[in-house]
Ligand binder design. Structure first.
Ligand code: SF4
Length: 95
């Protein structure tokens, strides 16, 4: 896994609101997300990952999860984004 050169900067005790967007249809079941971030991802019997506690966006068909994270949790989420070989995981900061 590539090393993070510019880790996200946080003031002490600060949280950030992020949205995780997951295109489950195009998941190839590599399982890397569930290895690096098992608190967010779980492999299912159909061979694809589930983004835990997410809801489907009926317009896009993607699964989405909004949450507030500290620096450590954001790094874990970003690791799962980076680990996905088909780039079906997006982690974006929202206001
Ligand atoms: S790493 Fe990507 S392709 Fe692999 S299981 Fe997770 S979401 Fe699916």
């Amino acid at each position: 896994m590539k090393k993070r050169i510019n880790p996200p900067k946080f003031s002490k005790g600060r949280f950030r609101r992020v949205k995780v967007i997951y295109d489950r249809e195009n998941c190839i079941g590599a399982g890397s997300c569930a290895v690096v971030a098992p608190q967010f991802w779980k492999m299912k019997p159909d061979g694809k990952a589930n983004l835990l506690n997410s809801k489907i966006n009926k317009k896009t068909g993607n699964y989405e999860l909004e949450l507030e994270v500290d620096e450590e949790m954001l790094a874990i989420l970003k690791d799962s984004e980076d680990a996905c070989p088909v780039r079906v995981i997006k982690v974006i900061e929202i206001k």
